[in-house]
Design a protein around this ligand. Sequence first.
Ligand code: ATP
Ligand code: ATP
Ligand code: MG
Ligand code: MG
Length: 280
Amino acid sequence: MANSKYEYVKGFEQNDTLLPQTWIVIRVDGRAFTRFSQVHGFEKPNDMQALLLMNECAKAVLEDISDVVFCYGVSDEYSFVLRRTCTLYQRRASKLISLVVSLFSASYAMKWTQFFPETELQYAATFDGRAVCYPSESILRDYLSWRQVDCHINNQYNTCFWKLVGSGMSTAEAQNTLKGTTADVKNNLLFEKFKINYNNIPPIFRKGSIVYRKQMDEVVKVEKGEVIKRLRAHIVVEHEDIIHDGFWTAHSYILAVGSKNKQQQALPRPAKPKLPSSLP
Ligand code: ATP
Ligand code: ATP
Ligand code: MG
Ligand code: MG
């Protein structure tokens, strides 16, 4: 009720407005998924169905929140990039994080049976979330590269680890064997001991997943022999390299600020400095 004597308590709320004109990244991460993956019998190191379910939840977030322009996922985490000009919830961090987290978690439960028809969901999967602002495209790309490098390093280690365990080693022995080894040594081990070429492992495991609205030329109709095309956006899930320039050059529209930049226009202009009326 407006103007009640209790309304003063609103004054205790803290301002958590995220910096304007920065890229907002909201990353969700599964809570205690080491246990969750054991309880639900995930294949180690990579359960394909679990990854596909994560991707589907990311699609649900992208479909629902138009300010989300790009998503990157690996293991039990997903990063959501919100456009620089986003003004949803006046950029309040707690609102944005809780929106993404609840949308993601609810989708996970809703879509579970689609991906695990034989496995009953034992308890709700929960996710934590955080928001970080990146001031430039180049730092945003470094953030995404960091996550993809992490995916690669973890996957290479985990692939070796679970192969060694599968061949009869204890987990402690496998850990010792891999301690301090370089990427080359791990690749050689996979090839020589297990006849696995690391580069032939499915890209979803090596590179993680990206979800975005892909612009594609679509044939609308053929008129008097002329093909009429229209640019349409479709949500896609891919497993591309996002570290090098190739992907971003080919899809420059993802991070481009559109010409209809209403939010930018709505930003308060910096006040002109006031000169003292009587200069000495
Ligand atoms: P926290 O709550 O701190 O995040 P966590 O147990 O979730 O703890 P993470 O560092 O997030 O720890 O690691 C995710 C865990 O979930 C790892 O143990 C990983 O092996 C497992 N996991 C996630 N996705 C899959 C998958 N698709 N297949 C197999 N295991 C998975
Ligand atoms: P907290 O949750 O307490 O804020 P945190 O950010 O370290 O701590 P996570 O969100 O679980 O915890 O970390 C996400 C991922 O970041 C982990 O998979 C971890 O391996 C990775 N990570 C953290 N620091 C580094 C680093 N310096 N180099 C590479 N990977 C890192
Ligand atoms: Mg986790
Ligand atoms: Mg994690």
